[in-house]
Design a protein around this ligand. Sequence first.
Ligand SMILES: *[C@@H]1O[C@H](CO)[C@@H](O)[C@H](O)[C@H]1NC(C)=O
Ligand SMILES: *[C@@H]1O[C@H](CO)[C@@H](O)[C@H](O)[C@H]1NC(C)=O
Ligand SMILES: *[C@@H]1O[C@H](CO)[C@@H](O)[C@H](O)[C@H]1NC(C)=O
Ligand SMILES: [Zn+2]
Length: 521
Amino acid sequence: MTTFRARLRGVLCGAGLGLCGVALVLLVVMLLRTYGTRPSGPATGLRAERQRRALAAFSPRELQELKEVLQGAVRMKTVSFSPDDQNITALAEFKPYIYKAFPRVFSTSFIQHEIIGDYSHLFTIQGSNPQLQPYMLIAHIDVVPASPDGWDVSDPFSAEERDGFIYGRGTLDNKNSAMGILHALEFLLRRNYRPQRSFYIGLGHDEEVDGKKGAMKIVAELQSRGVQLSFVLDEGSFIFNGVISRKEKPIAVIAITEKGALNINLSVTSSPGHSSAPPKRTSIGILSEALYKLETQPMPNLFGRGPEIRMFEELVPALSFPLNIVMANLWFFASLVGRFLEQNPTTNPLVRTTTAISMFHAGIKTNVIPPRASASVNFRIHPSQTIDEVMRIVEEKIDDKSVKIEVMNAFDPSHVSPWDDQTFGTQVLHQTILDVFPDVAIVAPGVCIGNTDSRHYSNLTKAIYRFNPVTFKADDLSRFHGLNERISMKDYAKQVEFLFQLIQNCDLNQPTEPNTYHHEL
Ligand SMILES: *[C@@H]1O[C@H](CO)[C@@H](O)[C@H](O)[C@H]1NC(C)=O
Ligand SMILES: *[C@@H]1O[C@H](CO)[C@@H](O)[C@H](O)[C@H]1NC(C)=O
Ligand SMILES: *[C@@H]1O[C@H](CO)[C@@H](O)[C@H](O)[C@H]1NC(C)=O
Ligand SMILES: [Zn+2]
C-alpha cells in the first residue's frame, strides 16, 4: 500500500515536473517573442536628401483656404443613390469648381487633366525623371445619401463648422482625400516644386455604387496606354487612437487587402391559396427557416488564416502586459483571440465572412398565402476564403431543395499587397507617416472590411494600399455612411501635409528600386 502510494506520488510528481518543464519552455518562448528583437515593419532607406524638400508650414491664409475649399466641395450634393441614379447635376458642377479652386494645377504645363466616364477626373503629372516608375493617388467625389434627421447640425450638406470640426456627408468619405490630394499638389506648385517621379491622380465619381463608370474606366484607359504603377494609394484605413485599449499610442494601419463580397437572392415558390385552408408549409415559413439557419450559424471563425494576423503581431511593441504576450504568441492564442474578437460587431468582420440579411419580400394581404417569398443576403468574404467556398457552405447549411439560391453579384477578396522593405510603396508610406505623425507608435498592415475603388486597379500594380491619414477614435466608426460624419480642421490640415510630404518622399532615391524603368506617359 505504502509502496504503491509512494510510487503514485513519484509518477504524479514526475508528470508535474514534466508539465512544469513544458510550461517553462512555453513561457520562455512567449517572452522571447514578446520582448525579443523583432523586425519592426519595413526599414526605410529614404532618409537621405532630407534638406531639399519644400516645407509644409501652411500659413493661416492657406489653412483658411483649405477649409473653404473643402466646405465648398461638401456642399455639392454629389449623391450616388444607385448605379443608375446619381446626381449628375452636382457631379457636373465639380469640374468648374476644382478648376477655380486649384488654379496652379490647371495652368501647369507638365500636368494634364482629362474627364473620364463623363464625371471622373484623371490628372497626369509628368515628372522630370522618366526613369522612375509612376505611382497613383486615388479618391472619390461621390457620397452616399444623407437626410438631416439625427444630425447635430441642421443640414448634412451645409459643411457647418462646430468646435473645430467640419460636419457633413463626404468630410471623411471621401472628399477630404479628393480635395486634399489636389490641394497638396497646388501648394507644392506654388512653392515651385517640380516632381521628379511622374504620378497620376484619379478621382472616381461612382465609388459608392461599385465604380464601374469611374474607376474601372480610368483603369481601362491607363491600361490601354500601357501604364504600370509602382503603387496605388486609396482610402480605407486610418490612424487609430485608443481603439484597442485606451492607453496605447496612435497606430497607423495601412490596409493591404480588402474583403470580397457576395450578394445572393433566396426565393421559395409555392402554390397560392386561401389562409383558411393553409398548406403545412408556406413560402414565408420555408424561406424564414433558411434565413434562420444562415443567421444563427455564422461562417467559420478564420482568425489567423489571413493577413489580419499580421496587424495584431506588429502591434506588440505598442501593447502593455498581458496583451503584448498574447499578441506576440498568436501561434498559441489565435483561437482564444479569435473568439474574443467575434464578440464585438466591430471586430467580428476581421475574423470571418459576415452574413447580413438585407431584404425580405413576401405577402400582400392578411388572408392570402403568398405564392413567392424572396430575400437578399450580403456576405463580406474573409481574405482567406473565396466566393466558391462561401457558396458551398451556404448550400450545405440551407440544405433544402425548395429554396432557390441565385448569385446576384460577387467578387473575391483582393490580392494581398506586398508589405516589406523591398517595396517602394511600403517604404514611402512608412517614412511619410513617421515624418508627419511623430507620435505614431506603429505602422502596421491591415485589412479593409469595406470596399474601395482600389480593387479595380489590380491590373496596374500589385501594390495597392488603403490609408486615410486622419485619426480615428472608438466612436467614429458609425459616422461612415451614418450620422454626424465630420473631420477636424486639424486632422484635415495634417492629411494635406501628409500628401504634400508623400509626393516629395516619392522623389527620394530608393536603393532597392531597379533603375530601369522607361515609360512614355
Ligand atoms: C442635385 O444637385 C443639385 C445641384 O447641386 C442640387 O440643387 C439638387 O438639390 C441635388 N439633388 C438631390 C436629389 O440631391
Ligand atoms: C432579389 O431579392 C430582392 C429582395 O426580395 C428583390 O427586391 C430583388 O428584385 C431580387 N432580385 C432579383 C434579380 O431577383
Ligand atoms: C485586367 O486585364 C484583363 C486583360 O486586358 C481584362 O480582361 C480584365 O477585365 C482586367 N481586370 C480588371 C479588374 O480591370
Ligand atoms: Zn469611400
